[in-house]
Design a protein around this ligand. Sequence first.
Ligand code: GDP
Ligand code: CO
Length: 427
Amino acid sequence: MRSQAEVNVQVNWQAICLPASMRLEIPREFERIGAIQIHGLQKVYELDGGLGVHERSSVIECIPQEALHAQMKQMAIVVPVKEERLKLIEGVLVGIPASCEVIVVSNSSRGPLDRFQLEASSIENYAKFAGKQVTIVHQKDPGLARAFAEAGYDAILDDNGLIRSGKAEGMILGTLLARWLGKQTVGFVDSDNYFPGAVHEYVSEYAAGFAMNSTRSSMVRISWHSKPKISENSLFFAKWGRSSVHSNKMLNRLLTHFSGFETEIIKTGNAGEHAISLDLALKLEYAAGYAVETHHFINLLETYGGLSENRFPEEMRERVSISQIESRNPHLHESKGDEHVEDMIDASLSVIYHSPLCPNELKCEIMDNLRQRYGEKCPDEIAPVRIYPSLSLLNLDAFLEHCDCAVMGPDETTFRFGLEPTRISAG
Ligand code: GDP
Ligand code: CO
């Protein structure tokens, strides 16, 4: 028989080895629209909730690190890159937990300075030190473009037969590569984030969101708590981004129109930081450029909301859960100017305006918003943005097979770096 001291030692040793957890609020409210459940914003109470087991009280859920890492093992993190500073990209990679697969989709220039090559060698060097496997592809890889063509998804190809430029187009490619690598969920993290700690937090929150919702179709969206700015020589922490105010307001108006009850539940209308289960991601439409996040909300409502005649009646039997988690780290990324912000606002309002769900009153409100921002230069109607068809229309088997074929090609535009760095794909 073991002595009490031996038992104590064993218990303590176990306690030391039990990894730490994350403590989050259970959503206080939710809106139900057809098959969709939109959860109210959840606060994080402890980024590291200590050693412990999975616990749930009436207000708080504590998810052990083991459960978070189990989610991360099934997750690919897609990092879209276009001409970002190498130091920023490396910082983002540093923040991504080791259990995740990392896919960098770059649309940086190939000449006169080959920025993509610089990115690839900096990532190769990083992967060597971190002992981490990182896949980096160029958005203009001809082999990957061919995979789209063979899969019957030509909409994403430009006149030269290559994948179009744009963040959304990079996200579509990243999503399919996540499937190719056998993952079940995909999360997106921008490459221009200054704080590796914030990136680490976002990915942990994706994992926590998935752990709290066991449905096959779920989405986790991050609403950052604050965004630091310099105002009159001192730091100011803004609560809302300039474009999210507009898209959240109009999306909530749309929900209010259908339910008859005023709501402010949507806080993440154009959350760039979000994660989706691949089952769901492979059914959604993607809007081009910066409308992609708002259009995901709209497309979910169109497909699963039961609000109009449904093209996919069988989808209504599924439950789709949307979690919104408020991150604690300040969100600091590259500042890309006022014009960029106006373009983002227009793109997100455009997908609301042009949705068949949008009622006339809301269209008028959106045009009022444009008039306020543009004055006399306001167009008569907000321009539509390109919408890519649902990925369910892409022949997935053909795409995956051609991804495999691309491995043998001659061009150096797809690399997989890791413990044994080998080039695996090219056009
Ligand atoms: P914002 O943060 O939403 O204001 O927009 P950004 O301009 O910072 O873009 C978000 C992310 O997408 C950044 O990491 C960019 O480097 C990346 N990005 C922008 N355009 C493209 C593109 O054409 N292709 C890819 N793959 N990434 C892009
Ligand atoms: Co940015």
